[in-house]
Write a protein that binds this ligand. Structure first.
Ligand code: NAD
Length: 294
């Protein structure tokens, strides 16, 4: 039997839990968490993601601010805005939506964000703390995966976890988290990427397969063993005249083929996407309560 890992449902539960917590904080005269999002340019997918984050903040009782800069904004202008956000005591945490326009160096921007306010968990200091198993803001997508595994009580200890993709925001951090001496964690991890030889040999050995490469329906039934736990992170937007939005979303896994072989699987949409947003809210609440840095 296959169980669908319902990220939408779990993220709604998490948002409801956060709302309760925020209401208690407010009743005690505490601070209302405040998340800001910086959006440079008007990339369609980024607009959608930021809108979803702002909406989730409202549902969780947070204050949210959207800071918009034009596509033509210079690196200096963005750095000046970041300096402002770092100093603004009303804002607990903020994110700079990626990708940035090509003329802006992403790493320079990530390093300029105050680690205390880095609720996306991308600052090198927070990445280092994650690797050392110290209190930190875990990057939102890997954190969302961990929570989904935890809430569905999926046993990961001693399991072989294969990750496809080594990006700084998904593949690399999730490979570190799954190998940590923690729950979930304690996996033996194989990290695959574009230069991996004989990918299928690796994926066929996976008890848990985490896929984040950005190629729609890349993983097919012949690449997985029976009973595998499949986490599909991929989101590819493909134009469609059959939907109201004008596009359809595809994961990196061929769901129709793979689901019957899986013990657990995330759908796209409704899997890791909403969990990513829920994780961002948890990190912002932690920032507001000064739970990571005090
Ligand atoms: P990326 O483009 O930065 O990296 C892709 C990785 O896949 C690279 O490390 C590359 O080595 C690997 N790769 C490419 N082709 C491969 C192949 N043939 N075999 C093995 N490995 C290969 O990707 P990213 O930013 O991690 O995003 C991956 C996907 O996840 C995208 O579809 C993205 O939209 C999606 N995503 C979703 C969420 C969410 O909230 N659900 C968050 C972040 C990213």
């Amino acid at each position: 039997m296959t169980t669908i890992l319902d990220g939408k449902l779990i993220s709604e539960q998490i948002q409801a839990e956060i709302l309760l917590d925020v209401n208690t904080l407010k009743a005690q005269g505490g601070k209302t968490p405040h998340l800001a999002a910086v959006l440079v340019g008007n990339d369609g997918a980024s607009e959608t993601y930021v809108a979803a984050k702002v909406k989730a903040c409202e549902k969780a009782g947070f204050i949210s601010s959207l800071v918009r800069l034009p596509e033509t904004a210079t690196e200096q202008e963005l750095l000046a805005k970041i300096d402002e956000l770092n100093k603004d005591t009303a804002i607990d945490g903020y994110i700079v939506q990626l990708p940035l326009p090509k003329h802006i160096h992403e790493h320079k921007i990530m390093e300029a964000i105050s680690p205390q306010k880095d609720v996306d968990g991308f600052h090198p200091q927070n990445v280092g703390r994650m690797a050392l198993n110290l209190p930190t803001y875990l990057p939102a997508t890997p954190y969302g995966i961990m929570q989904l595994l935890e809430r569905y009580k999926i046993d990961t200890a001693g399991k072989h976890c294969v990750v496809i993709g080594r990006s700084h925001i998904v593949g690399s951090p999730i490979s570190i988290l799954m190998a940590r001496n923690a729950v979930p964690g304690n996996c033996t991890v194989t990290l695959c990427h574009s230069r991996t030889a004989n990918l299928k040999e690796h994926t066929l050995k996976a008890d848990i397969l985490i896929v984040a490469l950005g190629k729609s329906e890349f993983v097919t039934a012949d690449m997985v063993k029976d009973g595998v736990v499949v986490i599909d992170v991929g989101i590819t937007r493909i134009a469609s005249d059959k939907t109201k939005s004008g596009f359809k979303l595809f994961g990196d896994v061929n769901y129709e083929e793979v689901a019957p072989k899986a013990s657990f699987i995330t759908p796209v949409p409704g899997g890791i996407g909403p969990m990513t947003i829920a994780s961002l809210l948890i990190n912002t609440l932690k920032a507001s309560k000064k739970e990571v840095y005090n």
